[in-house]
Design a protein. Structure first.
Lengths: 400, 358
């Protein structure tokens, strides 16, 4: 069977139906187009680049290209003392700085094996949960924008502003706090802080429901997210997913319950998983719902912390902070439940230095994003946007 | 009222200066000035304030009292901007794109009766012309999208063309229902048929219960035709950056913007002419209180016409800041499998109503 010479015909599509029948369609050949989505694209949530191979509006393949926000976090850590790493952890997941600090402090405390004052633990949990709500508000708001709903975003930011104000009051910074130190806190909370926080809880509870209804009761929103980007539970586990992403796939896995740390075992809260009534388990809507439900759980945690909080009498937030941190030789892996999943730190100490020999961050966003190739296959461009939004990445943590 | 129909526009078109038809130029300039003024005030400033109100914020507050001079500042900024044509763009298409787009939406203003005494061109097929001429916008969008030589622009243009061409079908059929009730395609006559001392009760929307169906169908389809949310997929910001006008800046961008606002008023005007009585006053005469007579006349007519148009534009804005965006396939599904069949149904029902119900 000889090859057909189509050189003079311009762009053609040759289809061989059988040995004798060859269909040549002139000027009908379609090509796949490479579409570089990002790093400057409004809905890649930062400087993520997705190189998409598209056939019309359908994406045949989408490969994430990372590293535009790489700031050598791990190398920096090897060159500074243990306490000086805390501000760097803020810059990982900059939407949930408190949680990142918390995870890092837990890890080093595990390595040092030190006892933390009880009030410190309560304050840590309160600020971390406040930050979790703030982070989920950004996730939900920007997800609305990804799907073309502008208004929920501003509602979210209005309420997030209150949280940022509270955290600023406690720590002095709006986003990059450097508040949770190894062995303690930078400062005790201001005297009226708890009152204001409980005021916020009463204010925010109905708002959270309103916000949830604004999107999940919207027919178009549900149509855009229901059944899109379905991730089965087993595949999600194999990818190493964690946090709301994994719970969205129906796995009841929350480090605050499954590998409890701090005072979480004493607190009463549910691990939010979708019930499959509104959404298909594992789709974008499930992941969105998990975040919306988690805000309510965080409010519950904050309320309990406020009621159980030990008094500030004779309390020094820096009392347990070691003067000089030089851990014994050894390694440790500590992890905590961040708004985006499991944030873990692996720290290797040689026992001589005040600096870690190795400090590796295990980023939940990075792991969650790695499933992009699977999730995006055969989706439309608008669905790809919906999927990226539901993964809720923070590029600061992906690239580190 | 019938005898002074189109009095102003006829007087204007008969006005010659030094043998030049200056009156015709003024006649064409009036809608142009109207588009510019309304876009400046209600379109841009109004939309920003309305969206701010809906989103629990203030909107522009810095330039002038309550930020009323913000739009002027924006225009000045746009005027000063460098007119960038990308090196790899098809220069001819890139330059004419916004122009054709604007002309497409502006040409339809010729047959909009702004008042009982004013219409650009009193065509006897005015409605048909208005439906047809809008398709010219497609050419402009395609030229802009293709000429930009940008993948996102191309996606936007292709989506837009598919959308506008599809949605013209339910839109046209829905308008035909109105034309059937009137028995004419002349915009001025359609409006005239809806006048009477009972005000809104004479409007086609309230003349038959079936008229609600084409009214709603046309409203949805018109949203899609002017690329407004929830059908703004051709410029879907979060997907296609800015769709077919990604590469535009400065005054070219301003012209595209103006065309969008022009089309918004155009479809709002058409829906209010065909279903809501155009320049007729909605107020009824109640006994000796002759509200309808008091609020009728050429000047009141212009007021009612513009108010009704602005009301629908407000609904456009309201929807835009409320609803998320549909997906491309959902948009086509809505057009071909929902709106078009229902448009046909309403067409048949209207015909039956017109024949058997006096």
């Amino acid at each position: 069977m000889q090859e057909l010479d189509t050189s003079g015909l311009g762009s053609v599509r040759v289809t061989r139906k059988s040995d004798n029948v060859v269909v040549i369609e002139k000027d009908l050949a379609t090509e796949q187009m490479v579409l570089a989505m990002g790093p400057q694209h409004p809905s890649t949530h930062g400087v993520l680049k997705l190189e998409c191979l598209t056939d019309g509006e359908v994406i045949t393949e989408a490969v994430p290209y990372l590293g535009y926000l790489h700031r050598c976090f791990e190398k920096c850590c090897e060159n500074v003392d243990y306490p000086a790493i805390v501000p760097y952890t803020d810059r990982l997941d900059y939407l949930a700085g408190m949680n990142s600090e918390f995870a890092y402090a837990l890890t080093v405390e595990k390595l040092l094996d030190i006892e933390i004052p009880r009030r410190v633990e309560f304050i840590r949990v309160i600020v971390a949960e406040l930050n979790r709500i703030a982070s989920h508000l950004v996730a939900i708001g920007t997800y609305g924008i990804d799907l073309g709903a502008f208004t929920p975003f501003l509602f979210c930011f209005r309420d997030r502003e209150i949280i940022l104000g509270l955290l600023e009051w406690a720590s002095g910074a709006r986003m990059l706090y450097n508040y949770i130190w190894i062995g303690g806190l930078a400062y005790d909370v201001p005297s009226d802080f708890l009152k204001r926080v409980s005021e916020f809880v009463t204010y925010f509870r109905p708002k959270a429901v309103e916000l949830c209804n604004l999107l999940t009761k919207n027919e178009i929103f549900v149509k855009r997210t229901r059944g899109i980007g379905i991730m089965p539970a087993d595949v999600a586990i194999n990818y190493g997913w964690s946090g709301p992403m994994l719970r969205g796939s129906g796995v009841k896995w929350d480090l605050r319950r499954n590998d409890p740390y701090s005072i979480y075992p004493e607190l009463d809260f549910n691990v939010a998983v979708p019930d499959g009534k509104v959404s298909v388990i594992g789709d974008c809507l499930s992941r969105h719902l998990v975040r919306a439900l988690e805000m309510e759980e965080s409010l519950k945690i904050i309320e309990q912390c406020i009621s159980k909080m030990p008094t500030a009498e004779g309390f020094n937030p820096r009392s347990a902070i070691p003067k000089r941190i030089r851990p014994k030789a050894g390694e440790v892996y500590g992890r905590a439940e961040n708004p985006r999943g499991e944030l873990g730190f692996y720290i290797l100490s040689d026992g001589k230095s005040t600096k870690p020999v190795r400090c590796k961050g295990r980023s939940s966003c990075f792991v969650n994003l790695s499933a992009m190739k699977d999730l995006s296959k055969g989706q439309l461009i608008p669905d790809l946007v919906a999927i990226i939004g539901s993964i809720d990445i923070v590029l600061g943590e992906v690239d580190r | 009222m019938g005898n002074n129909l189109n009095a102003w526009s006829e007087a204007l078109s008969g006005f010659y200066l030094l043998g030049l038809p200056l009156g015709l130029v003024i006649l064409a300039a009036i809608p142009l000035v109207f588009i510019a003024l309304y876009s400046l005030t209600y379109g841009v400033y109004g939309e920003r304030k309305i969206s701010a109100f809906m989103q629990d914020r203030l909107g522009p507050m810095e330039v002038g009292k309550w930020g009323i001079l913000q739009t002027i500042a924006d225009i000045l900024k746009l005027l000063q901007k460098e007119d960038i044509v990308p090196t790899s763009a098809d220069k001819f298409l890139f330059v004419i794109g916004p122009g054709v787009l604007f002309v497409g939406s502006f040409l339809a203003y010729a047959v909009l009766p702004f008042s009982s005494a004013f219409i650009g061109a009193s065509l006897n097929v005015g409605l048909f012309y208005a439906i047809g001429i809008v398709a010219l916008e497609v050419v402009g969008i395609l030229a802009a999208g293709w000429g930009s030589n940008n993948k996102w622009s191309l996606y936007g243009a292709v989506r837009s063309v598919a959308q506008i061409v599809s949605y013209e079908i339910p839109a046209a059929i829905a308008l035909l229902c109105g034309a059937m009730m009137a028995g004419t395609l002349d915009m001025q006559k359609i409006t005239l048929l809806q006048s009477g001392s009972l005000g809104f009760a004479h409007f086609f929307l309230f003349q038959s219960p079936i008229a609600w169906l084409p009214f709603i169908i046309y409203f949805i389809a018109s949203l899609a035709e002017v690329n407004r949310a929830p059908f703004d997929i051709p410029e879907a910001e979060s997907e296609l950056v800015a769709g077919y006008f990604t590469e535009y800046s400065g005054m070219k961008f301003a012209v595209i913007f103006l065309a969008e606002y022009g089309s918004m008023f155009m479809v709002s005007a058409i829906i209010s002419i065909v279903f809501l009585g155009g320049w007729n006053s909605p107020l009824p005469n109640i006994g000796s209180l002759a509200l309808n007579d008091m609020t009728s006349g050429p000047i009141w007519g212009a007021f009612w016409m513009i108010t009704k148009g602005f009301f629908f534009i407000f609904v456009h804005m309201w929807l835009r800041w409320t609803l998320p965006r549909l997906r491309v396939d959902q948009l086509m599904y809505l057009c071909w499998k929902v709106l078009t069949p229902f448009a046909f149904v309403s067409f048949v029902l209207t015909a039956i109503w017109e024949i058997y119900v006096p």
